[in-house]
Write a protein that binds this ligand. Structure first.
Ligand code: IPD
Ligand code: CA
Ligand code: CA
Length: 262
């Protein structure tokens, strides 16, 4: 597959960011700081981000940037790169190998390119608008599971969970009782990539940010899946809730469960 210069740039930047993450992984000099009570950031997040932005800016100096560890917000530019330089920081800090770099490109109101790179697994997920989704060069599709009871679900918990947990726990309980099982990986971007390639059948979470879900949204859609908020509304990337699934049949069923009062 020949990718656009946007995707090739995202790929080069993701590889560079990931190489920096690997240098810090399982290294004692992480300089962990806390943005919130349970929300860490490390030198690896910051240096990965710096390198990613440097590569993108060297090719597309006019484009905007929205990156997790940066106060600059250029989302209103036509082209804006939305970057999570390390998705799965809590895993990373604990030496759990589930983490990735996630880079998406928005043009006006559409996501046109997305790359998620999981360096320990050596897996690169790529999508381009209207051109499909790939894992390590092979085209990927979502699963075909149609019933919740046969579905393997995945979720995550927002950093505000200690203060506001009622809905999260209600949904977790109801889906646990109705599905085949639930996993919690600690990387929302990889959760979405795994729905895209059929490993998981659906993913839901609240409190995510654009950098967690931009690349994943395109990858899932291009793999034939569906993305919405908890009301079924179209999700660009600024909604507070997200449901990602293998398609409309299971999507509607999960939305019903998520909207149960208790
Ligand atoms: C977090 C991860 C996690 C999800 C959190 C995210 P971070 O991102 O994606 O799986 O449950 O809500 O904030 O902080 O590791 O980049
Ligand atoms: Ca993240
Ligand atoms: Ca992050």
């Amino acid at each position: 597959m020949n990718f656009s210069s946007y995707t090739n740039t995202a790929l080069a930047a993701a590889k560079k960011g990931a190489s920096i993450l690997l240098k810090y992984y399982n290294n004692s000099i992480l300089n962990v700081e806390y943005k919130g009570e349970i929300d860490p950031v490390t030198q690896a997040d910051k240096n990965s981000q710096k390198a990613i932005i440097k590569i993108i800016k060297s090719v597309f100096p006019q484009h905007g940037i929205l990156a997790e560890e940066d106060s600059v917000n250029e989302i209103n530019k036509d082209y804006c790169w939305i970057i999570d330089p390390l998705d799965g920081t809590v895993n990373f800090v604990h030496g759990v190998p589930i983490f990735c770099v996630s880079i998406g490109l928005k043009y006006k109101n559409e996501i046109i390119s997305g790359v998620i790179y999981s360096p320990i697994m050596n897996e690169i997920f790529i999508a381009e608008k209207n051109k499909g989704a790939w894992l390590n060069g092979k085209k990927i599709r979502v699963s075909k599971v149609k019933d919740i009871i046969h579905a393997l679900a995945v979720t995550g918990f927002p950093y505000y969970i200690k203060k506001n947990s009622a809905r999260v726990i209600k949904n977790f309980k109801n889906i646990m009782l109705k599905s085949q099982g639930i996993r919690r990986s600690g990387s929302a971007a990889l959760d979405m990539a795994y729905v895209a390639c059929g490993r998981f059948d659906f993913f839901w979470e609240e409190g995510l940010k654009p950098w967690d879900i931009t690349a994943g949204t395109l990858i899932v859609k291009e793999a034939g899946g569906k993305v919405s908020d908890y009301n079924g509304g179209k999700n660009l990337i600024f909604k507070d809730t997200i449901l990602v699934s293998n398609g409309s049949v299971i999507h509607k069923k999960v939305l019903r469960v998520i909207n149960e009062k208790e």
